[in-house]
Design a protein around this ligand. Sequence first.
Ligand SMILES: C[S@@+](CC[C@H](N)C(=O)[O-])C[C@H]1O[C@@H](n2cnc3c(N)ncnc32)[C@H](O)[C@@H]1O
Length: 346
Amino acid sequence: MAASSWHQGWDITDEEREVYRKRSQASSRAKAQAIRGEGRTPIHPINVPQLNPDDLMPQLASNGWRSLSLFSGGGGLDLGFDRAGFTHVASYDILPESGITLRNVRPEWTVFGGEQGDVTQVDWRDYRGLVDIIHGGPPCQPFSVAGRQQGKEDSRDMFPEFIRAVLEIHLPTDKVKPHVQLDLFSLLDPSETLQPCMGVREALGLPDIGFDALSPTIRSSLTGPRHTTSVLSSVSAQKIWEKLQIWPNGVALNREQAHLFVADNGHFRLSVPDCAILQCFPQSWSFDGAVYKALGQIGNAVPPPMAYRVAVSIASCVGRFLELKESDQFVFSTIILNRHFKNYRG
Ligand SMILES: C[S@@+](CC[C@H](N)C(=O)[O-])C[C@H]1O[C@@H](n2cnc3c(N)ncnc32)[C@H](O)[C@@H]1O
């Protein structure tokens, strides 16, 4: 299995590696057996989710603004901006599966994936005059408290690349920059009270067990020390999954396989479409690639309804800015750090 360029492997001994290898082989055998119908009798019926993320982001009419997406991943930001009425210009991501995901769900979009999606190789001046807003979620590993926090010493630090794109396409002049930063960004603060959220069990349409909770962070399987099919992010997350009676490891490709592959402790096994629902992607948004690659795109994503709220807010700011405008043209850019707003019912 080829490692991604931004993947940081674990420094483990040969013996430890052997333990993981054996565990993973045993799990693969049990899974194959279950899918052949030779596993334990299924306990949980195939679930029908209650949460429809599309309801959280009603499609808005075109607002006339054209958006360019960098580090598009599985498309959380792209989808939020799309539903908020922005016109999609292009998406860029170095992961080939991200390109395929976006082309599958939005065949009409211009999408650059894999080598062609590597933002470090793009001359952004070609987009001058064609873009009103640039959005992107550069990889957070160089900064995340869950990582080694090497900042600019980390080769995955893509913030300078994001800024290069902004500068090459266009930059607000020095005269208006303070206004953009001080007056307009402050308008992006949420002004309304957030509505109650759906718990995981309710969102996934699972029976009431007298306990429900927001989803723990769905770990991106691409960025940790090992590529796995687990979405478990921490010890505290494990406690919550246990109370939810949900098994966060060995996520199945689809609901049918999750139903057949009974977890040892009898808890409900997650599937890729269930994890997508928890990250607030609608059912129609399918992810390309093996389970760990799909989970990587999902766990890395900005939840689309959150992106949508930001996009709606930005559209209103840009509108207000242009009413006051002092320059003929500028590009509004936003870097959105992935925040873990789960099951947001906005
Ligand atoms: C945090 S994820 C982005 C998630 C995305 N904004 C969303 O909402 O779904 C960061 C992405 O940066 C991509 N990436 C890393 N280095 C890149 C590069 N040099 N060029 C383009 N994309 C890159 C990774 O493949 C990953 O999908």
